[in-house]
Design a binder for this molecule. Structure first.
Ligand SMILES: Cc1cc2nc3c(=O)[nH]c(=O)nc-3n(C[C@H](O)[C@H](O)[C@H](O)COP(=O)(O)OP(=O)(O)OC[C@H]3O[C@@H](n4cnc5c(N)ncnc54)[C@H](O)[C@@H]3O)c2cc1C
Ligand code: SF4
Length: 482
C-alpha cells in the first residue's frame, strides 16, 4: 500500500470551501461546507505521525489525533470514528467550535515548521458527521444496571458528557435544567452559524435514548434545594455554568438600547429555533437597521457582531481595549467577522454612553496603549490622554465576560464552599466539593472557559463519582484505604 501520510511535503493545506461573505450575511447557516471523501483523506494524510504528537498533548481531552488522521487517510472511517469518540462525547461539536488555533492546530508540528497545520478540526467534524449519516452513532448501552442514582444540575456540555459516561457504567441519571431545552450555551449562547442547533439536539436525543432522564424547566434553588437533591440521589454533580454578566460602571450604562450580550444572543437563538420572542419581534433585541457597537474581545463579542450583521444592522463595530494579538477570542472568528463586514476598533475603551430620551445615541471612547505587564504577564491597557472620540450607536451590546452566580445563596446551601472568584471549590483530585457526594464540573468549577474543557471535566467527574459510589458500596474499609 502506498504511504498515505506525510503529504505535507507537497500537498497544500486546504479547508472545505467556505461560503462567500455576502451569502453568509443573508442567513444563519454554518459557513463551512463538508470535506468530500478524497479531500478529507488527502488533508488527513498531511500529518507526519509525530513520535510526540503535540496536537494531542495540547488537546484538553487528549484526542488520539494521529491515529484518527491515519485511519481517515486510509479510508477506514468507522474505525476513525471509534477512536475519536473514545475520548470525546461530542467530537463533531468540538470540530466545529474549538479554538483549534490555540489548541491542537496551533501546536501541530508541521504548523510550527511553516507548512500550515493539518486541518484537524475539519477532519474531526467530517469523521463524526459521516458517522451520524452512516448510523454508526448509537446510544450507549450499559452492560448491567446499577441502582444508584446521580442528579446532575445543568444540561450543558459538562453535565451531558458526565451523564453519558455515568449511564455507560449503568447508573440511573437525571439531568435538571432551568431552560426548556438541553445543551446549555451550545443551544442558547453559541449562534447557529458556528454550531447548527440540530447538531446539539441530536446529541441530547441520543443521551435521552440511552436512558438519561431530562427534567427541563426545573431550576435548582426554585424547584428544589440542593439538600433535597442530595437526599434524592446518591451523588450530585453541579454543572451550572457561569451566567452573571460582567458590567461596565460608566455614565449612561443604564440607557435603553444598552444590552447584556446573552440577552441579545438568546433572543436570536430562540428566534432561529422557531420560538415566539416578543422582545425580538418588537425590535428591542433586533439589530436590523441599527448602528451597533459591541464592547469586548472574546468569543461572545465575536458572536454578537456576526449575529448583528446577519440581522441587517446598518453598521457593526467592535470596541476592544487591547490589540488583535492580545484578544481572548479566536483569530479565526475575527477573520470571519472581518470578511462579513465588521469593523474592529482595537485599543479603544468606552468612557460613557450618551443619548436623549433614555436612548443611547453614541459611545464616547478613548484610545488605549498597552503598558507594563501585570502579575499574569499581560500588558495593562492605559488610556492615551486627549485621544477621545465618539462612535454613532443606537444599539450597544456589552460582552465583557461572565462570573458565577452566588450558588450557596441560590441553592439555599450556605455550607457549599466557593473560591474567591465564586466558582465551586473542589478537591481537584476528586472533583468533589466540601459536601460529601457533591461534585462540580465545567465553567462553574473552572470559570468561563471552553466546551472542550467542560467535556473533559464532565468525564473526569463521572470517573470520580463512580469511584466514590463503588467505595461507598464496598464499605468503610475500602473508603479508608482510598
Ligand atoms: C456567546 C458564547 C459563545 C461561546 N463560544 C464558544 C466557542 O466558540 N467555543 C467554545 O469552546 N466555547 C465557547 N463558549 C464557552 C462555552 O459555551 C462554555 O465554556 C461551556 O458551554 C461551559 O459548559 P458548562 O456545561 O460548564 O455550562 P453551560 O453550557 O453554561 O451549561 C450550564 C447549564 O446549567 C443550567 N443551569 C444553571 N443554573 C441552573 C439551576 N440553578 N438549575 C438548573 N439548571 C441550571 C443552564 O440553564 C445551562 O443549561 C462560548 C460562550 C458564550 C457565552
Ligand atoms: S502535531 Fe500535526 S503532524 Fe504531528 S501528529 Fe499531530 S497533526 Fe500530525
Amino acid at each position: 500500500m502506498p504511504n498515505r501520510m506525510l503529504k505535507f511535503v507537497n500537498l497544500e493545506q486546504r479547508t472545505p470551501p467556505k461560503r462567500s461573505a455576502p451569502e453568509r450575511r443573508e442567513d444563519f447557516e454554518e459557513i463551512y461546507e463538508e470535506f468530500d471523501p478524497d479531500s478529507a483523506a488527502d488533508q488527513a494524510g498531511r500529518c507526519s505521525q509525530c513520535g510526540v504528537p503535540f496536537c494531542q498533548v495540547h488537546c484538553p481531552v487528549h484526542n488520539n489525533i494521529p491515529d484518527w488522521l491515519m485511519l481517515t487517510a486510509e479510508g477506514r472511517l468507522e474505525e476513525a470514528y471509534e477512536v475519536s469518540q473514545a475520548t470525546n462525547n461530542f467530537p463533531e461539536i468540538c470540530g466545529r467550535i474549538c479554538p483549534q488555533d490555540r489548541l491542537c492546530e496551533g501546536n501541530c508540528v508541521i504548523e510550527q515548521a511553516g507548512h500550515g497545520t493539518v486541518t484537524i478540526g475539519q477532519v474531526e467534524k467530517y469523521i463524526t458527521d459521516t458517522a451520524w449519516e452512516e448510523g454508526w452513532v448509537q446510544p450507549v448501552k450499559p452492560t448491567h444496571e446499577r441502582d444508584q442514582s446521580i442528579g446532575i444540575v445543568g444540561a450543558g456540555p459538562g453535565g451531558m458528557a458526565a451523564a453519558e459516561q455515568l449511564r455507560r457504567k449503568g447508573y440511573q441519571v437525571t439531568i435538571y435544567d432551568r431552560h426548556d431545552r438541553a445543551g446549555g450555551l451550545m443551544i442558547y449562547g453559541i449562534p447557529n452559524f458556528k454550531l447548527e442547533k440540530e447538531v446539539v439536539e441530536r446529541r441530547s436525543r441520543l443521551i435521552a435514548d440511552a436512558g438519561v432522564v431530562f427534567k427541563l424547566n426545573f431550576e435548582v434553588g426554585r424547584d428544589a434545594s440542593l439538600a433535597e437533591l442530595r437526599a434524592k440521589h446518591d451523588a450530585v454533580l453541579l454543572a451550572t455554568g457561569v451566567y452573571k454578566a460582567r458590567d461596565v460602571k460608566l455614565p449612561g450604562a443604564g440607557l435603553q438600547n444598552v444590552f447584556p450580550a446573552l440577552d441579545y444572543l438568546i433572543a436570536s437563538n430562540r428566534k432561529g429555533l422557531g420560538d415566539s420572542v416578543p422582545d425580538f419581534d418588537n425590535g428591542t433585541l433586533n439589530a436590523e437597521g441599527r448602528d451597533v457597537v459591541v464592547i469586548g474581545g472574546g468569543d461572545t463579542a465575536m458572536d454578537c457582531v456576526r449575529t448583528a450583521v446577519r440581522q441587517g444592522a446598518t453598521s457593526v463595530k467592535c470596541l476592544y481595549r487591547r490589540d488583535r494579538k492580545n484578544m481572548p477570542g479566536s483569530q479565526r472568528e475575527v477573520a470571519n467577522a472581518e470578511e462579513e463586514g465588521v469593523e474592529f476598533v482595537w485599543l479603544a475603551a468606552p468612557e460613557a454612553f450618551d443619548g436623549r430620551d433614555n436612548t443611547v445615541e453614541e459611545v464616547r471612547a478613548v484610545r488605549m496603549h498597552l503598558g507594563v505587564a501585570d502579575a499574569t504577564g499581560r500588558q495593562t491597557p492605559q488610556p492615551v490622554e486627549g485621544s477621545n472620540f465618539t462612535l454613532k450607536a443606537d444599539m450597544v451590546i456589552k460582552a465583557l465576560g461572565f462570573d458565577p452566580e452566588d450558588l450557596p445563596v441560590l441553592f439555599n446551601a450556605p455550607e457549599l464552599e466557593t473560591t474567591n472568584w465564586g466558582t465551586v471549590r473542589v478537591d481537584h483530585r476528586t472533583m468533589m466539593s466540601n459536601l460529601d457526594g457533591v461534585f462540580a464540573a465545567g465553567d462553574i468549577m473552572r470559570g468561563a472557559s471552553l466546551v472542550v474543557w467542560a467535556i473533559r471535566d464532565g468525564r473526569d467527574a463521572a470517573e470520580s463519582i463512580d469511584r466514590h459510589l463503588k467505595a461507598k458500596a464496598e464499605g468503610p474499609a475500602v473508603m479508608a484505604a482510598e
